[in-house]
Ligand binder design. Structure first.
Ligand code: GLC
Length: 416
């Protein structure tokens, strides 16, 4: 049931990926009937997550599911999406093929609640897959295998009555497993992104294993994430998935990633102006890289298919930084050094010698590294040489003030 670990090598090397939350909820942009999320006049309304609007703002089934008659992303241009991802330095892409609302972005054979029955009427995934292949990105699908708010037997949020297990089993056999099969047979993904978290779930170890068996029987490359059963992922998954926007402070035993938002919401939310600065997101990226993990950064396209301008600007800023500093991220491994708060380190071993990269996220007068790792040292972006002195087996690298011109992360490269 296990994939050989080398199948996950590309994932470990990738470091940076694009997450895309897109579906019927994108039409509502976090607002329904004059109420905007978060809205505490609803018992469960206190969330920014716009893809959760249906249960949280109590949107009636008929109204929400009727959005299928409005979804018409005439400006959808997957080539430009993938180009933005590629230019940002991202190496893979994961899109919500079906989120909790149950709506499928492809022509599903087992459900009519899919893109074919919208005014747009065309599969959205194949052209995206083609674009990923064209630009050399790996691709995967988020698939909500547990929650499904459209299917009469799918799981509902915890504040609804618990769906009896025998009912859930009907959904599982009728929709969940068959749709996963379709996704693999039609699109041959590099990974599947399943979603449970720490609520009580219908995904028992038996169902978890049944799903893993299905994926393995159809693909010898498709990676599976740990949220297939967050509390009990077992040993046959390929990488661990952190909680939303959470950054571990230590190394983990398996490959891993953090799914992360640019705003508070995953899906596009027209009134969520809480955009994170690009430098902060780069910090999360290097934090994870220095600990052997990936950063899966989300964009929430609008219902018409365009990626919001603040997201584009941030992707380009991150890409610009990676354009000059990417060698410190890609192809590296964690240096495993004890560093002061806000300082991160990676290592690259080549035949010509080893490079130690040090990421400085705020001004400081000096940084200390083991002498064996620092024969000489310069600023990666400019080649500015740095003065060093050896004190008791450790090298103290002096950091002149002119290194810290703005709030961007300064990368040092030391050769040994
Ligand atoms: C959570 C949310 C979901 C989002 C996901 C991304 O599980 O339910 O809306 O897609 O996290 O990490």
């Amino acid at each position: 049931m296990k994939l050989p670990p080398e199948k996950a090598e590309w994932f470990k090397d990738a470091k940076f990926g694009m997450f895309i939350h897109w579906g019927l909820y994108s039409i509502l942009e976090g607002t329904y009937n004059g109420h905007t999320m978060p809205d505490t006049t609803f018992p469960q309304g206190n969330s920014w997550y716009a893809e959760w609007i249906k249960p949280r703002l109590e949107v009636p089934d008929d109204y929400y599911n009727g959005l299928i008659n409005e979804f018409n992303p005439v400006n959808y241009d997957p080539d430009s999406w993938v180009r933005e991802a590629k230019n940002a330095g991202m190496k893979y892409l994961v899109i919500t093929a079906k989120h909790h609302d149950g709506f499928a972005l492809w022509d599903s054979e087992v459900s009519d609640f899919d893109v074919i029955n919208t005014p747009y009427g065309k599969d959205l995934l194949s052209p995206l897959v083609e674009a990923c292949k064209k630009y050399g990105l790996k691709y995967g699908f988020y698939y909500s295998h547990w929650q499904d708010w459209e299917d009469p037997d799918g799981a509902m949020p915890f504040w609804y009555p618990w769906r009896p297990d025998e009912d859930f089993e009907k959904y599982w056999q009728r929709k969940s497993l068959p749709q996963v099969r379709e996704l693999i047979e039609k699109f041959d993904p590099d990974l599947l992104w399943f979603d449970t978290w720490d609520w009580k779930t219908h995904i028992t170890p038996e169902r978890r294993d049944e799903l893993i068996r299905l994926v393995r029987s159809l693909s010898d490359k498709c990676l599976i994430n740990g949220r297939i059963c967050y509390e009990n992922p077992g040993d046959n998954i390929d990488f661990l998935e952190m909680h939303d926007n959470s950054y571990p402070k230590e190394m983990l035993s398996k490959p891993w990633q953090t799914p992360a938002t640019m705003q508070n919401s995953w899906a596009f939310h027209g009134k969520d102006f809480n955009w994170k600065p690009a430098t902060r997101m780069l910090r999360y990226l290097v934090n994870n890289t220095s600990m052997g993990g990936n950063y899966l950064l989300n964009v929430g396209p609008k219902a018409d298919g365009t990626i919001p301008a603040p997201a584009i600007r941030r992707l380009r800023e991150m890409g610009a930084w990676l354009e000059v500093n990417g060698e410190a991220v890609f192809g590296t491994s964690p240096a495993g050094l004890q560093m002061p708060e806000g300082v991160y380190a990676t290592l690259k071993e080549t035949q010509e010698g080893n490079s130690l990269y040090i990421f400085l996220t705020s001004p400081m007068a000096s940084v200390t590294v083991p002498a064996a790792l620092a024969g000489d040292c310069e600023v990666l972006e400019t080649g500015q040489p740095l003065e060093m002195s050896v004190v008791e087996g450790e090298t103290v690298i002096s950091l002149p003030e002119n290194l810290f011109k703005d709030d961007s992360i300064v990368v040092l490269k030391c050769r040994s």
